[in-house]
Design a protein around this ligand. Structure first.
Ligand SMILES: [Zn+2]
Length: 184
C-alpha cells in the first residue's frame, strides 16, 4: 500500500527513514557508549507484524568522526503513509516526565539481554499538544501557536499508528543491549 505518488512501490531494499537525532550536549541524561555523542533514530516507514508498528533502529555516533555527510538521506522509495516520513525540523528536547499510558495499563518492560527494567528513551508522538491542553505548547511556539491552524501541534507531521505514540525504551545497564518499543 502506498499513500503518496512520489514514493512508488518497488522491489528491493527500502531505506529506513531518519526520525530524530539528539546530541548528548542537548540531552545529557542520554547514556552514550564510549565516545559517542550523537544518537540517530531511524524507522522503517511501514508497519510490521505482529504489532503493526514501524520497526526502529538506534545508532550511536561520535559526531567528530562523521565526516562523509550525505547532502540528503537516501530514499525512501516507498512509505506506508505520509505520516511515516517526518518533515525536517529542529528538535527541542524536553527531558523528564514519564511515559503516557492509554491503550494498556502500565506494564514494566524488561531487557531481553539482562533482565533489567528498561527506562524510557523517546516518545515519537502524533501531536505535541491540542487546543484542549495548551500547557504543553513549547515555550518557543507560544507566540505563533494560537495563530497557526494546526501545524504547530505537530511540526514534523508524524502520524504513528493512527494518531498514537511510539515509545522507545532502553536498558539502563548497557546501550549495547537491544532497545524495545511500544505503541500507546
Ligand atoms: Zn540490558
Amino acid at each position: 500500500m502506498n499513500a503518496d505518488e512520489d514514493y512508488e512501490w518497488h522491489d528491493g531494499p527500502n531505506p529506513m527513514v531518519p526520525v530524530a537525532q539528539p546530541y548528548l550536549r542537548d540531552v545529557p541524561l542520554l547514556r552514550a557508549p564510549g565516545r559517542a555523542d550523537l544518537l540517530q533514530v531511524l524507522w522503517c516507514p511501514f508497519e510490521h507484524d505482529p504489532d503493526y508498528k514501524p520497526p526502529t533502529a538506534l545508532f550511536w555516533r561520535s559526531s567528530a568522526e562523521v565526516t562523509d555527510i550525505l547532502a540528503a538521506p537516501p530514499g525512501p522509495f516507498a512509505v506506508e503513509y505520509d505520516g511515516y516520513l517526518p518533515r525536517p525540523c529542529v528538535l527541542a528536547p524536553e527531558v523528564g516526565g514519564w511515559p503516557r499510558w492509554g491503550l494498556t495499563d502500565p506494564v514494566a518492560r524488561f531487557c531481553t539481554a539482562y533482565g533489567a527494567k528498561m527506562v524510557p528513551l523517546l516518545t515519537i508522538a502524533s501531536s505535541e499538544w491540542d487546543s484542549s491542553n495548551t500547557t504543553w505548547v513549547p515555550y518557543e511556539d507560544r507566540d505563533t501557536a494560537s495563530l497557526d491552524g494546526g501545524d504547530a501541534t505537530n511540526p514534523p507531521a508524524v502520524q504513528v499508528s493512527r494518531s498514537n505514540r511510539l515509545q522507545l525504551y532502553v536498558c539502563p545497564e548497557s546501550p549495547d543491549h537491544p532497545h524495545t518499543d511500544l505503541i500507546q
